[in-house]
Write a protein that binds this ligand. Structure first.
Ligand code: ADP
Length: 380
């Protein structure tokens, strides 16, 4: 079967590479051959239909005009074969009529076949184009895959670099801060008042830098230092975060309430960090009145939607996406201290858990931060 197929393909290939005059010559030879057969068998067997073979052959592999030419030759040959064979008709013009009808039939076949050929070629072209598009798409997909792998690699390297750099910066900065504090303690009032101010400002800046490095370190470590997911009781996680926030909670007089929280598959340390960041923002971005924070969780299909709402200053809706980008802040450091890393870290944590985070807020009234944790994250 395979061999036949190959032979057939080779013939087609051979024919399609031959020039039109070459094919036409073959067509004429076959027509003459059929004519001879027709003449030889004259009265008994009618070979007229066989002329369609060379006609179809020429139309398909050469062109329509050559097909018309072969049709005329075929009709004439048939006429001559019948004439020479001495067929007897009741009227001499019947022979001419028959040949004219045959020519009409051949020409009709030529036009039908030629139309079929055009349609066939159009479809083949369409299929080729489709195949090209598919290959192009496959190539693009492969390229995208490679690029995203390269991006993931470079992201991981960058995270490791940031993590290592922040870690290495931490120690000397701590030493500098301690020295500066010693300097302040020993020389306060002994130098002039300007020197005292310089020292105090430098201590503040060193402390700010420590906060920045710590925040960068926690941001970088979401990806590199995350623990595997375990069944986590969110009530226990929340209590730990509240304990960590004891001082700011007491100082601000904040009231924190919560609904019963579920158990989810998560990295408990990161989940605690997430709740802590959101609650500390709720305390930081408060209005005159005491902060009131409420935490709840709602089951929605295959995920839990957590919410942390506050009665703080709120966020204009045009910034509701921007605030999750690293270093994006809506206020200067004098108004509200901070590094602009907290929400970016929250986003990274939520995404590591297969969820997403967003905010709904009304300036001057308060904000609600939502995040989802899927029931069973993919990495399990
Ligand atoms: P930081 O708190 O260090 O400024 P974040 O990334 O935590 O950085 O927050 C980014 C910005 O989003 C904040 O500077 C603040 O303008 C806004 N924001 C975050 N949380 C709240 C909130 N609960 N209420 C009002 N604004 C908020």
């Amino acid at each position: 079967m395979k061999g036949e197929n190959n032979l057939f393909t080779s013939i087609i290939e051979y024919l399609t590479h031959k020039s039109a005059p070459y094919l036409l010559t073959w067509g004429v030879i076959v027509v003459i051959f059929i004519g001879v057969l027709d003449y030889k068998t004259g009265y008994e067997i009618d070979f007229s239909i066989f002329y369609l073979l060379p006609i179809a052959f020429v139309v398909w592999f050469a062109n329509r005009n050559d097909g018309v030419f072969i049709s005329v030759i075929s009709a004439v040959t048939e006429f001559e074969a019948d004439f020479l064979a001495g067929r007897i008709y009741s009227h001499p013009l019947i022979l001419v009529w028959n040949s004219a009808m045959l020519l009409g039939f051949f020409l009709l076949s030529v036009f039908i076949l030629s139309a079929l050929k055009t349609e066939y070629k159009r479809r083949i072209k369409l299929i080729d184009e489709l195949q090209d598009t598919v290959s192009e798409l496959k190539r693009t997909e492969e390229e995208l895959k490679q690029r995203s792998q390269a991006l993931a690699r470079s992201n991981a390297e960058l995270e490791q670099f940031a993590s290592a750099a922040s870690h290495d910066l931490k120690e000397p900065l701590l030493a500098i801060t301690i020295d500066l504090k010693l300097l302040k303690k020993r020389y306060k009032g002994k130098l002039d008042s300007e020197a005292d101010k310089f020292i105090a400002d430098t201590i503040d800046e060193a402390i700010q830098m420590q906060t920045l490095i710590n925040d960068m370190l926690s941001y970088a470590r979401v990806g590199t230092g995350g623990k595997s997911f375990i069944l986590t009781d969110c009530n226990a996680v929340l209590n730990r975060s509240l304990a960590n926030l004891k001082i700011p909670l007491e100082q601000s007089g904040a009231v924190v309430t919560h609904d019963p929280l579920p158990e989810v598959m998560a990295d408990p340390i990161q989940l605690g960090q997430l709740l802590q960041n959101l609650m500390s923002n709720a305390i930081k971005f408060r209005r005159e009145e005491k902060p009131s924070i409420h935490i709840s969780a709602l089951r929605k299909e295959k995920e839990w939607v957590f919410s942390v709402s506050d009665n703080g200053i709120g966020i204009p809706s045009e910034y509701s996406a921007e605030i999750f980008e690293i270093f994006q802040r809506l206020h200067n450091k004098k108004e509200y201290p901070g590094t602009g890393i907290g929400l970016a870290t929250c986003k990274k944590i939520v995404e590591r858990h297969g969820g997403h985070i967003w905010v709904e807020s009304e300036p001057g009234k308060g904000s609600t931060f939502y995040f989802t944790i899927s029931e069973k994250p993919d990495s399990l």
